[in-house]
Design a binder for this molecule. Structure first.
Ligand code: CP
Length: 316
């Protein structure tokens, strides 16, 4: 990283906005924060006096909790609003909800929404920094950053690696952010899944698409499977979960085609026995819980950088 580098982004809306240097900077910032979570007293004053609002219109376990844990470990004041408890249920628009939150002067609003582009819309209407915690089938930048950090930790280098992503690509914001991120860092991303899960034109994002799972997994450094998102399918796109598991579920036999030290990854939540067998999910090659651990460090880095980071935080 050149000494002259400055991270210039206030809103974190997607991996698309980042250069390779930006991604490297976020990952190295996350690595420097990771040790804080291993201390007996897991708290630093970096964001003391800052207010962080979690505004989640879709269910979440990992993302919401780890943003909250990250903010609290940096001493920010945190508040949670979910769809079921917000006045959008009474007909208030998203923009009005956001403007009312803004009237209480939060510094950062973290938003998850089922509509692609919702965080981008919010960023145009409020002064607080916006962090996208997943918008529809568009992007999930914090997930891709924690995935890249996990691969970097285990493989030392991302450039030149083969990342196989398997499953419901068409509904997956995780796949889109990971394709953008891993290819920017010089990896090859290979996609496969049932044809109904492979959106036309996805290869224009820089990924290779293959129709045979064996080709996708062969010599892979990382085998990442995606959750079947039944809640986003109006009409079923696969005959049954059993059939999906038979043709696209990751098994120990399939993993023998990958590199011997290949990593097994999944963003969660897992449908056990569908996307992968339980012995793969819990096996030696699985780094699924490392992904969750790294989620806190990555989100600490995102909050720090969205709040001004090195530029205006003398206590950092
Ligand atoms: N990976 C992920 O986004 O998980 P949650 O839906 O639990 O946040």
């Amino acid at each position: 990283m050149q000494d002259t580098y400055t991270f210039k982004h206030r809103n974190i809306l997607g991996i698309e906005q980042f250069s390779r240097e930006d991604i490297r900077y976020i990952l190295s910032t996350a690595r420097s924060f990771k040790e804080i979570s291993t201390r007996a007293i897991k708290k630093v004053p970096t964001l003391r006096g800052r207010t962080v609002v979690n505004l989640f219109f879709e269910p979440s376990t990992r993302t919401r909790l780890s943003f909250e844990v990250a903010a609290k470990r940096m001493s920010a004041d945190t508040f949670n609003i979910s769809a079921s408890t917000s006045s959008t249920r009474k007909g208030e628009t998203l923009i009005d909800t956001a403007r009312n939150i803004e009237a209480m002067h939060p510094d950062i609003i973290i938003m998850r929404h089922s509509c692609s582009g919702a965080p981008q819309l919010l960023a145009k209407h409020v002064k607080a920094a916006i962090i996208n915690a997943g918008d529809g089938a568009h992007e999930h930048p914090s997930q891709a950053l924690l995935d890249m950090l996990t691969v970097l930790e285990h493989k030392k280098e991302i450039s030149g690696r083969k990342i196989a992503i398997i499953g419901d690509i068409s509904h997956s914001r995780v796949a889109r952010s990971n394709i953008l991120g891993f290819t920017k860092l010089g990896a090859t991303v290979t996609l496969t899944g049932p044809l109904t899960f492979l959106p036309p034109g996805i290869s224009k994002m820089g990924a290779e698409v293959v129709d045979n799972i064996r080709d996708a997994v062969t010599d892979a450094d990382v085998v990442m499977t995606l959750r079947i998102q039944q809640e986003r399918q109006n009409d079923p796109l696969i005959p049954s979960l059993k059939e999906y598991a038979t043709f696209f579920g990751i098994t120990p036999t399939l993993m023998k085609l990958a590199r011997p030290d290949a990593l097994v990854m999944h963003p969660g939540p897992i449908n056990r026995g569908v996307e992968m067998t339980p012995n793969v999910a819990d096996g030696k090659q699985s780094v699924i819980l490392d992904q969750v651990t790294n989620g806190v460090a990555v989100r600490m880095a995102m909050l720090y950088l969205a709040s001004g980071g090195d530029r205006n935080n003398s206590e950092a």
